[in-house]
Design a binder for this molecule. Structure first.
Ligand code: HEC
Length: 153
């Protein structure tokens, strides 16, 4: 669709993107506004402005809320490490794999799903799993703290 109705043809696949969706917690790209307007002008070749704006608003809400959920879980793991309840090495304890899956797979699936119009990926392959992994992390955190409390004199 890149060159639809005389639009500038490009092989730069990032030109019309607005967020760093790959990151654990996503930030806006430096060309956020320009990129978003360029992409929207393509959508507007076929869709009404109101529909395109609503699509973007909904996708942005998913990015913001996913950011918050991922950050909260990563903060909890970082806190456990600071409390001395995890080793400094990455990937030698189950909770580290759960935290990795949480952002790397489920968080990014939710965010990309939102921008691809994939509600199933936002909800069932994204948010459902984000919640499940968060509960698992909280359970492990609670038992690590309990174990430490009973072992320390
Ligand atoms: C070449 C025309 C064209 C362009 C450009 C286009 N779309 Fe579409 N879009 C369609 C058509 C046609 C459908 C309906 C497909 C169907 O129902 O099978 C559709 C469906 C959709 C739907 C689903 C609507 C619903 O109610 O289920 C969304 C959301 C959407 N487009 C968003 C976008 C966005 C965002 C862009 C720009 C990144 C875009 N489209 C660019 C033609 C286009």
């Amino acid at each position: 669709m890149s060159g639809l109705e005389g639009m500038n043809v490009t092989h730069d696949v990032t030109e019309r993107l607005s967020w760093w969706l790959f990151a654990p917690v996503s930030k806006k790209r430096p060309n956020y506004l320009l990129g978003q307007e360029a992409m929207k002008s393509l959508c507007l070749k076929c869709h009404a402005r109101s529909q395109v704006d609503r699509f973007y608003q909904e996708a942005e809400v998913v990015v913001q809320s996913t950011n918050e959920k991922v950050q909260a879980s990563l903060d909890l793991v970082a806190k456990l490490r600071a409390e001395g309840l995890l080793t400094p090495e990455p990937f030698d304890e189950p909770i580290e794999f759960i935290a990795f899956d949480l952002w790397h797979y489920y968080g990014r699936t939710a965010k990309h799903g939102a921008f691809m119009g994939g509600a199933d990926f936002v909800q069932w392959h994204g948010n459902y799993e984000l919640l499940l992994k968060r509960i698992e992390i909280q359970e492990i955190a609670a038992s690590l703290r309990q174990k430490a409390a009973t072992e320390r004199p």
